[in-house]
Design a protein around this ligand. Structure first.
Ligand SMILES: C[C@](O)(CO)[C@H](O)COP(=O)(O)OP(=O)(O)OC[C@H]1O[C@@H](n2ccc(N)nc2=O)[C@H](O)[C@@H]1O
Ligand SMILES: Nc1ncnc2c1ncn2[C@@H]1O[C@H](COP(=O)(O)OP(=O)(O)OP(=O)(O)O)[C@@H](O)[C@H]1O
Length: 301
């Protein structure tokens, strides 16, 4: 029998272990190379099917009107695709969200919410899209959405949509939220941004992991220098966390992280973070945790 509700669906944060800007497309979007790592800290979404075709977000999210929410926009795209395939309107859905990821944090919160919504509704509605089709549906809404649907640690190229799985040792991360929101577009449009980092290979990344224990130690984040200049709290967080290892910004900021090989090391550092910042620790996730909730392993394959 078809399911009517899916509760406690995780939408995990991602960290960009490195992020190189290697060029620019004619449409202005930047060509990146990055490794995406999911961690066990994120938003939680709850879904219930409706029978009137409406897509509703029941939770208020400060600063994000319901109709602009990436979750709602993604579900509208899925509903249109459902109608095209099945010749009838999609059933509709209610969405509730427990939001803990900061916006403009570089943790991919909005993209992760949208990815979880697409996977959950595809399941609830029995829409029948496979993984690649869902990834393609989400890409126009956010460059990180395909990665979350891909659902495993990945080396990414293009604008983040060309994905290859990569093995990264399990690690603990301490993440600092500097308390500001960094608009992604402001970083990419800066005249100071370097856009010519030489392309690397997965083998370069993997070789580096063998020679050092820190998965965040390879390469650099090309967006970081610009973000530090425009947003001094980012620089302060990087400076403070650098006492303990190779600290680095994720995505276009503002959050900053450092990897540790044991939970106790992460706990020790976390306990000393100055109270002005929100900080947390999280463990790496090799697979998207929604697979367990959907109890499928194979629903999208
Ligand atoms: C930097 C990353 O966080 C890395 O994971 C993502 O690529 C950002 O993805 P995102 O938050 O989904 O960004 P979007 O909302 O798609 O893009 C915001 C703006 O940033 C610029 N942008 C974004 C991604 C990219 N590869 N090149 C760009 O130039 C574009 O001006 C775009 O209008
Ligand atoms: N469900 C949502 N959650 C968060 N932000 C949303 C959502 N829907 C739309 N947005 C918009 O997207 C913007 C970016 O939010 P998001 O949390 O994805 O930033 P981010 O972590 O910096 O992303 P990235 O790492 O992809 O750059 C927000 O400022 C907000 O206006």
């Amino acid at each position: 029998m078809a399911l009517h509700a899916l509760r406690d669906c995780p939408a995990p944060a991602k960290l960009n272990l490195f992020l190189h800007v290697c060029g620019r497309r004619p449409d202005g979007y930047h060509l990146l190379q990055t490794v995406f790592q999911m961690v066990d800290h994120g938003d939680t979404l709850h879904f219930a099917a409706r029978d009137d075709g409406q897509i509703r977000r029941l939770t208020e999210v400060a600063g994000v009107p319901e109709q602009q929410d990436l979750i709602v926009r993604a579900l509208r795209l899925l509903a249109a695709e459902f109608e095209r395939r099945h010749g009838r309107a999609a059933p509709g859905i209610d969405v509730e969200i427990d939001k803990i990821l900061p916006m403009g944090g570089g943790l991919g919160g909005g993209s992760s919410d949208a990815a979880t919504a697409l996977m959950a509704a595809n399941h609830l509605w029995q829409a029948g899209l496979d993984r690649e089709e869902l990834m393609a549906l989400g890409l126009p809404l956010g460059a990180d959405i395909p990665f979350f649907i891909f659902g495993q640690t990945a080396f990414a190229e293009g604008v983040g949509e060309a994905l290859v799985p990569v093995a990264v040792p399990a690690s603990w991360y301490v993440v600092i939220e500097p308390g500001i929101s960094v608009p992604t577009a402001a970083i990419f449009s800066s005249g100071d941004l370097t856009r010519n980092t030489e392309p690397v290979t997965i083998a370069d990344f993997s070789r580096c992991l063998v020679s050092q224990t820190n998965p965040g130690g390879f390469g650099k984040n090309d967006l970081q220098a610009v973000a530090e200049r425009l947003f001094p709290p980012v620089a302060e967080a990087v400076k403070w966390l650098s006492q303990f290892g190779k600290a680095r910004m994720t995505g276009s900021g503002a959050c900053v992280f450092c990897a540790f090989s044991t939970e106790s090391e992460a706990d020790r550092v976390l306990s000393t973070v100055p109270a002005v910042w929100t900080a947390w620790k999280a463990k790496s996730l090799a697979r998207h945790p929604l697979a367990e909730v959907l109890q499928v392993g194979g629903v999208l394959d």
